[in-house]
Design a protein around this ligand. Structure first.
Ligand SMILES: C[S@@+](CC[C@H](N)C(=O)[O-])C[C@H]1O[C@@H](n2cnc3c(N)ncnc32)[C@H](O)[C@@H]1O
Length: 313
């Protein structure tokens, strides 16, 4: 009898161990090496949520107000993001925000019904809208992280510990922040020519932002014809920016000089918020441009709405 119960005990123990082991495997394959990135992004997002429940409800109601008016989800997020940006980055007053947005995207239901207090509430949540605008988090409370989306592009770079990289035309720095949230300690130069965006990035990258503590992020105010990165780097990321260069020839020369001989350049196109950007170049035009400036195409992938071209020199 004793022998039988001992056997039953061992069988149960093995089944239990198997269940625990397989559930660990599932979570490993789900997150893999990007587990820390997702956790860090989650924590970062949590830190951005309004702590005050009244403010939090106000934000949720505000988003719902326009969602109920049947604004397309993508359009909704883009408008909220842009409306909050006017105040935070450019310090526009309410009327300037409305005028500026109307000029850029025409009249819409949000601009028609936004109030000054809505605008203040939106601008207090700019960083959250920034994450929503890239679909890294959802636009419905509690703004869950879109895990697949978070790792998609970062995975492709195959970066490793201790590398020095640069992002050219980083805008308000969201992609730089995402890179900084990986568990890899990286040295990241975040270059931008717009001084308002550059100043904003400087305010986020400070020692108090503990979510960005692993990597060293250095904002660089570049010039139209040079990136001004002070050392050679292992990888250069140019996301939605190549088609914005006004002095393309000089800029690409400067980028070439900045790359280590065995380094890689990643050109991401098609991920722009403004799909109607008048400067946009076609895929063959980008390839032709890079080829004419002596860059060697190593790989091309289509990812989500856009594509990534990997180049070597
Ligand atoms: C469409 S935004 C892309 C921002 C960000 N990389 C993203 O993917 O969201 C293009 C950015 O490139 C910047 N830019 C344009 N020419 C540049 C140059 N020569 N050097 C650095 N940044 C430049 C603009 O100021 C703008 O912020």
């Amino acid at each position: 009898m004793k022998w039988i119960s001992l056997s039953v005990f061992y069988v149960l123990l093995s089944v239990f161990t198997l269940i625990i082991f397989s559930s660990q495997c599932i979570s490993q394959t789900r997150y893999g090496e990007f587990e820390t990135l997702i956790l860090n992004l989650n924590n970062y997002k949590e830190s951005l949520l309004p702590k005050d429940s009244l403010q939090s409800n106000y934000l949720t109601d505000l988003i719902e107000k326009w969602r109920l008016k049947a604004v397309y989800e993508e359009e909704l997020v883009r408008c909220l993001y842009k409306a909050s940006e006017g105040k935070v980055i450019y310090n526009f007053n309410f009327q300037e925000i409305v005028d500026n947005q109307s000029k850029r995207q025409g009249k819409n239901i949000i601009l028609d019904s936004i109030t000054p207090s809505d605008s203040i509430a939106l601008s207090k949540n700019y960083d959250l809208f920034m994450l929503m605008s890239q679909q890294l988090v959802q636009s419905t409370y509690p703004y869950d992280t879109n895990e697949e989306k978070v790792i998609q592009q970062i995975k492709h770079y195959k970066l490793y510990k201790g590398q020095t990289i640069a992002e050219i035309g980083a805008g308000n720095g969201l992609h730089t922040i995402l890179l900084g949230l990986t568990e890899l300690p990286l040295k990241i130069y975040s270059n931008e020519i717009n001084r308002y965006q550059h100043n904003y990035l400087m305010t986020i990258i400070n020692p108090k932002n503990k979510f960005l503590a692993t990597s060293e992020i250095i904002p660089i105010l570049g010039k139209e014809n040079k990136c001004k990165i002070p050392q050679k780097v292992d990888a250069i990321i140019i996301r939605n920016t190549l088609h914005h260069f006004s002095k393309t020839k000089k800029m690409l020369k400067s980028i070439k000089k900045t790359l280590n001989p065995n380094g890689k350049i990643f050109i991401l196109e098609g991920y722009a918020q403004e799909s109607n950007c008048s400067l946009i170049k076609t895929n063959p035009e980008i390839k032709e441009l890079m080829k004419n400036h002596g860059f060697r195409l190593e790989e091309e992938i289509i990812l989500g709405k856009g594509y990534i071209l990997t180049y070597r020199i």
